[in-house]
Design a protein around this ligand. Structure first.
Ligand code: BJW
Ligand code: ZN
Length: 259
């Protein structure tokens, strides 16, 4: 139980900030889904420990070797498709269905949306649906004309001829995610920064806060006079700016924090 009193003190600060807040923004990252079995990117067991981002998650890599890139994404679709939301996704979804909360996520796994639908039941899940800054693993986009479509099931990208093609222009489809060096959707980004700057508290969960511009979203809450509450296994570059940093697994901390 080393560190428990410190967490409890920070938990009280975080609870007070959240109860006094009129508007809340959430920025989530891969750590939120770690307890669902989705691999993170950095740190122990992270994807970038075993795979080179330059070979798999850049537009240059896709032009050079689309089969390799598709193989990797087909593997991840299988892995992530079998995962379910955890207690942290569910707590955030319930919060957003009850109060004005904007969920902004870097995650491409779609688990916020699954939790939103499940927690809303017969109701409207829209308030708990996230703004997806880095796209969605289960959607394709044409690399030529940009048309979007739900991911085709059972892509088996063993040869160039077997890669999925656009129904509009026959261009090569690609996963609709944001790779390094690519711009984020400007309207999604603008809405994320806008909602964060209107929030009294930004709750930052499970992100290393190393990838920009996503990692700057909480800074717009701070600049507008709001506060940060961070939930992570370890401290991050945002920690010095946070009013409370709750160190521990999101699936345990968020239900305690949000009730
Ligand atoms: C737990 C936990 C548990 C574990 N409970 N916590 C400014 C400065 C420097 C560089 C740049 C800059 N602006 C732009 C850049 C370049 C670049 C960038 O940021 N590079 C840095 C890495 C140096 N950014 C870009 O290229 C972006 N585009 C852009 O800016 O366009 C404009 C532009 C164009 C051309 C030139 C220049 C600018 C695009 C970034 C796209 C990121 N894409 C990826 C892959 C998505 C697709 C896919 O999944 O395949 O997005 S990379 C990967 O990182 C993924 C994530 O969304 C993203 C963030 O990772 P995240 O979520 O933080 O995960 P981890 O693994 O890093 O951290 C997990 C955390 O959870 C850890 O802290 C753990 O402790 C914690 N944790 N278990 C709670 N149970
Ligand atoms: Zn097309």
């Amino acid at each position: 139980m080393v560190g428990r009193p410190a967490v409890t003190g920070e938990l009280d600060v975080a609870r007070r900030l959240l109860s006094e807040a009129e508007g809340v923004a959430v920025l989530s990252g891969a750590g939120l889904s770690a307890e669902s079995g989705v691999p993170t990117f950095r740190g122990e067991g992270g994807l970038w420990r075993s795979y080179r981002a330059e070979d798999l998650a850049t537009p240059q890599a896709f032009r050079r070797d689309p089969v390799l890139v598709w193989e990797w994404y087909a593997w991840r679709r299988g892995l992530v498709g079998a995962c379910r939301p955890n207690a942290a996704h569910r707590s955030l979804a319930r919060l957003a269905l009850e109060r004005p909360v904007a969920i902004v996520t870097q995650n491409v796994d779609g688990l916020h949306a699954v939790a939103a639908t499940e927690e809303a039941g017969e109701g409207d899940p829209t308030p708990a649906l996230p703004l997806e800054l880095h796209g969605n693993l289960f959607r394709d986009r044409c690399s030529r004309c940009g048309a979007r479509a739900p991911a085709l099931p059972d892509v088996e990208p063993s040869t160039a001829d077997s890669l999925p093609r656009c129904s509009v222009c026959d261009g090569l489809l690609r996963p609709d995610v944001v790779w390094f060096g690519e711009s984020l959707d400007p309207s999604v980004l603008q809405e994320a920064f806008g909602r964060a700057s209107q929030a009294d508290v930004c709750l930052v969960v499970g992100t290393s806060a190393l990838v920009h511009p996503a990692a700057s979203v909480p800074l717009s809450t701070l600049r507008a006079g709001g506060s940060l509450v961070e939930v992570n296994l370890e401290r991050t570059p945002l920690s010095p700016h946070a009013a409370a940093t709750l160190l521990g697994p999101a699936g345990e901390i968020l239900p305690r924090l949000l009730g």
